[in-house]
Design a protein around this ligand. Structure first.
Ligand code: COI
Length: 356
């Protein structure tokens, strides 16, 4: 499939690239971005690659008032023989359309947008970092641009894709993180927008996250909105528990993001013959497993977070330490296999990677 980008406007002021050991997450942006507009009369029009620059919008644009927006997160990796690989990008664009549907936004042509992304990465290929644990994070997003204050879906949109060279999401890298179970606030509710990748689900976590950070925790674990009992997700990632040899992860209830790393981990575990169950799991049950000595590993999965080991969990005034605050063998094997496939270090038996 070849979708030609009608216009490439090259930047005249190329930036100095940061050192790979200083990247952190989401702080640096490349020289160019992709932009495409939508109108209800013409559909998606004018795909172009332009210098990375501010976007000018009418102050009445729907995005500012009613938050009509969706986004994705994906990564490109440099292999040792200098190829650039994308990991399951078709899944990201499929999910983008699923999120758009929930937010009453128009779908994109998934194959075409993937071709546009490849063209953008080709323009920016020198920005794909090389150091171990680094990648080029890709953030496609769509915003509602129509200037209209009536409460209705916008008739105009902008799809933008920006690129950011990144290292690990957590400052401590692969070291196990400490998580606080949020007992007061709710991230998302079934029937709401929890399973869509939309801004409101994320800013709804900021106050609890700020408080948890000030108390020394890395992240917040969210419970279901109705009974405040069942584990949902970590906000940046999906949660997994290894109990007595079996891996348990919350089933997709409608308020949990269907993570692509989550899906890949489940597929790998099944392939390895590790029992894996998607079901409702209560936080009380997890603490009970710990008491009985059967809670072996806790980890979370996401594009930004990759496989992140969880070493401490606090809930209801009790703090437990999992696996002596060390990365478990299964978490490590999942991390090594996943990143090995993503970076082309090991064979990709599942056909998950696509060369740019
Ligand atoms: C991702 O993993 O790509 C995400 O979107 C998480 C982000 C909110 C940091």
């Amino acid at each position: 499939m070849s979708a030609t980008v009608v216009e490439i406007v090259k930047s005249k002021n190329l930036k100095q690239k940061p050192n790979d050991d200083k990247l952190g997450f989401g702080k640096y942006f490349t020289d160019h971005m992709f932009v495409m507009d939508y109108t209800s009369e013409k559909g998606w029009i004018q795909p172009k690659i332009t210098p990375y620059e501010p976007i000018s919008l009418d102050p009445a644009a729907v995005i500012f008032h009613y938050g009509q927006t969706v986004f994705e997160g994906m990564k490109a990796y440099r292999t040792s023989d200098n190829k650039i690989l994308l990991f399951r990008p078709d899944e990201n664009f499929k999910r983008l359309n699923m999120s758009s549907e929930r937010l009453a936004m128009p779908p994109v042509n998934e194959e075409e947008v993937l071709e546009y992304l490849k063209q953008l990465i080709n323009v920016e290929k020198d920005w794909v970092p090389t150091a171990e644990g680094t990648s080029l994070y890709i953030r496609p997003f769509i915003i509602a641009t129509e200037a209209f204050l009536g409460l209705a879906a916008s008739k105009q949109y902008k799809l933008v894709m920006i690129l950011s060279p990144v290292g690990s999401y957590y400052t401590g890298g692969i070291k196990p993180v400490s998580i606080k179970v949020e007992e007061h606030y709710t991230r998302a509710v079934r029937g709401g927008t929890g399973m869509a990748k939309t801004a409101g689900n994320y800013c709804a976590t900021f106050n609890a996250q700020t408080k948890a950070t000030s108390e020394g925790f890395t992240q917040v674990l969210w419970l279901d909105a109705i009974e405040k009992k069942y584990v949902e997700e970590v906000g940046t990632s999906n949660a997994f528990f290894k109990v007595n040899g079996e891996v348990i992860t919350p089933e997709l209830s409608g308020s949990i993001l269907p993570g692509i790393t989550r899906k890949s981990v489940i597929e790998m575990l099944k392939d390895w013959g590790v029992p894996v169950t998607e079901r409702k799991v209560s936080i009380e049950e997890i603490f009970q497993y710990h008491k009985e000595g059967t809670l072996e590993e806790v980890f979370s999965t996401g594009t930004a977070a990759v496989i992140s080991s969880i070493g401490e969990l606090e809930w209801n005034g009790q703090k437990i330490t999992v696996n002596n605050n060390k990365i478990g063998d299964l978490s490590q094997k999942l991390y090594d296999t996943l990143t090995g496939i993503q970076t082309g270090k090991i064979a990709d038996p599942y056909n998950w990677t696509t060369e740019v």
